[in-house]
Write a new protein. Structure first.
Lengths: 224, 224
């Protein structure tokens, strides 16, 4: 069985990706990143999702990009946007997916994993530059040159299976694979119990996804 | 004045790069990476070099790639190679320069720095895949897509000024800019005072460089 590193934030998208990778027969090593994000309950959610779906390991790496500032996700002094604001939002974290993929690449090489899965999504995404297919392709090109494994003829494959799916399609795919979205946390300011605020960007996209998919929304909200 | 992030390990190459960047008029922000390397005195060396040459800031980021294992530089259980062994050496650290550049990219975006300097070298290098010009070019292509700054028309430039220079040429360039190589640490197992072992790969390349450059070797060795 092939091994895969799966970037797992504990949200809907990455949880669906983990289920997809497992359904394809990969032995999955889930990687959570603690970068000082305010919604730290996503790390707890990721641990649960990873155990329930059957990842072989869940590892959290602590990285210092949060201390650099520059994002509403890591700096309590920057207000979170409400739904529907235009442009690249203040929740953008500088070079986040580049850093995440770089660390995945290191771990994949050590594990001799042949695939890295990342749950980026360019359809319902929030305008983040590092969620686009061309970004994933550029990282794939880099990965073909960057490692000893690649030089020796075993470059890692970067898989972004959700990149062109809508939120509704993602939810339907995940439900078919048995993902319990009630365990996942998308909200940028979820409380310690993983309950969502209901009005941030991430909550808006998530709620719209359940409506479009025509299924019940299992999200636990702070106000209910 | 433009800002630059300069990856600074405290060795000869990155110290020379810092001097070059300063001589080109950049305000330099030096980045040291604590990844659990055995030769931790290089971090102390980097701090000194950075202050003496005149960087505006020296920051150390702690990153967890050392805990993954897989390299003689971070795992005391893997023996360091002696000089002249063939192939990619056991001192290769999985995806190290990809991770370093990714973190530089994040910091550069927050600082609004327009350039990242990295001291990779493909001539006298030790067979590391992530020291080649094509690796640097691939990261440059990625950086053009990865960040908000890039999307808004201000992509960062990746400069690797030493990539095609010999060790002797690097030393001559650095001496012309006033670099004190006695402060720099290249040895993979330097002691706490920064004194070199004299027989590891890195010591061999360094010593040969001074001989080829025809200048005195200011390196402090443990045995002298």
């Amino acid at each position: 069985m092939s091994k895969a590193v799966v970037l797992l934030s504990g949200g809907m998208d990455s949880s669906t990706v983990l289920a997809l990778a497992l359904s394809q027969g990969f032995r999955c090593f889930a990687l959570g990143l603690d970068y000082g994000q305010r919604h730290r309950s996503e790390l707890t959610a990721a641990r649960k999702v990873s155990a329930i779906l059957g990842a072989e390991e869940y590892r959290v790496m602590k990285i210092p990009i949060g201390t650099l500032g520059g994002s509403a996700l890591t700096d309590e002094g920057i207000k979170l946007p409400r739904q529907g604001e235009k442009g690249i939002p203040v929740t953008y974290v500088p070079a986040r997916n580049t850093v995440f993929l770089a660390l995945s690449l290191a771990w994949a090489e050590i594990l001799r994993a042949d695939t890295i899965f990342i749950g980026v999504n360019a359809v319902d995404y929030s305008g983040y530059p590092d969620c686009r297919p061309e970004f994933v392709d550029a990282f794939q090109a880099l990965a073909r040159l960057a490692t000893k494994e690649a030089v020796e003829g075993r470059p890692v494959r970067i898989e972004a299976p959700l990149v062109r799916m809508t939120k509704a399609e993602i939810i339907q795919a995940g439900l078919a694979l048995g993902v319990d979205y009630g365990l996942t946390v998308s909200c940028y300011q979820a409380d310690e119990l993983g309950r969502a605020c209901g009005y941030c960007d991430a909550c808006g996209l998530r709620r719209a996804g359940f409506i479009a998919a025509g299924v019940d929304d299992p999200t636990r909200y702070q106000s209910t």
